[in-house]
Design a protein around this ligand. Structure first.
Ligand code: NAP
Ligand code: MN
Length: 267
């Protein structure tokens, strides 16, 4: 039996599209279960990029390939449109697609209680709480490079370079490159505080180590946000960012060049 998981966000169009897609898939010989099925050959997310990212996190970065149906706003990850369902099923059955492999990122947080791991496809960022700046000692590989002061730092993958990273003045990265980008969020640069103001571009084998400084005040909390999902950290001693071993597979049909897509979505 060929199983396909189908998920949709709550909008009317997404729900309508989900119903229609389920009918069409079942007519073509696929089975669409009610609940997430581990043995599925494909996961279809109906919505925007946010719904895709949410599904990814909910099911723990599965190795099953994804395809998105865009009923959202931007849909940078979303390949199919609601009026293209028949064409999608036809091409899928014929195997007329390519699979794009996207590297993911992890942040390992050490607290007094132990270690905790967070995953991201777009980015993982850390920032202060209560609109306060934070102070972070940052090392790359084995070298200490700066004591950062500002709102926080964001570590972006190539896939996430066009998201929050881009709004912060970070660079758009061609997905054929394997690199991590550390982008400052409102860095302070005065005689009191000195921080790099541009993104740092790093090779895939170097990790980024962050040791927060809490000396000035008793405010020990901070926020860690992965792909838009926020978590509060009470007392992080160290955070290490690096590529994770999980690879996300995305089906691509129209072979469109990355830069053509950037142009069509951004300008
Ligand atoms: P959202 O409130 O819908 O806003 C995020 C926007 O970024 C949406 O238009 C979303 O597309 C788009 N987006 C997501 N991933 C992208 C990518 N890889 N390349 C280009 N655009 C992308 O939030 P969301 O849908 O939950 O998405 C979460 C992402 O929002 C986070 O990973 C973060 O990168 C981004 N974000 C951006 C800012 C900012 O730019 N100032 C602030 C916070 C978070 P859809 O419209 O299709 O959802
Ligand atoms: Mn969204």
């Amino acid at each position: 039996m060929r199983i396909i998981n189908v998920f949709a966000n709550d909008t009317e169009l997404s729900q309508k599209t989900k119903k229609l897609l389920k009918q069409k898939l079942e007519k073509s010989g696929f089975f669409v279960p009610q609940e997430y099925d581990l043995n599925a050959e494909l996961i279809i997310c109906i919505g925007g990029d946010g719904s895709f990212l949410e599904t990814l996190h909910k099911y723990n970065f599965p190795s099953i390939p994804f395809i998105g149906v865009n009923t959202g706003h931007l849909g940078f990850f979303q390949e199919v449109y609601p009026d293209g369902l028949d064409e999608f099923i036809f091409k899928y059955k014929q195997g007329k697609y390519e699979t794009q492999h996207l590297k993911t990122l992890k942040a390992e947080v050490t607290t007094a209680e132990g270690k905790q791991e967070f995953m991201g496809l777009n980015e993982i960022l850390i920032k202060g709480v209560k609109s306060r700046p934070i102070h972070l000692n940052i090392s790359i590989g084995d070298s200490f490079i700066e004591r950062f002061s500002g709102d926080g730092i964001l570590v972006a993958t190539p896939a996430g370079s066009t998201a929050y990273n881009y709004s912060l003045g970070g660079s758009i990265v061609d997905p054929r490159l394997s690199l991590l980008q550390v982008t400052p969020i409102a860095p302070m640069n005065t005689t009191a505080y000195r921080s790099f103001t541009s993104s740092l571009i790093l090779p895939p084998y170097l990790s980024i180590r962050v040791n927060p400084e809490y000396s000035e005040h008793k405010r020990k909390g901070m926020l860690i946000v992965s792909d838009g999902m926020e978590h509060f950290l009470q007392e992080a001693e160290e955070i290490i960012f690096e590529f994770s071993n999980s690879i996300i597979k995305l089906l691509r049909f129209d072979n469109s060049d990355f830069w053509t897509k950037v142009k069509s979505k951004f300008i």
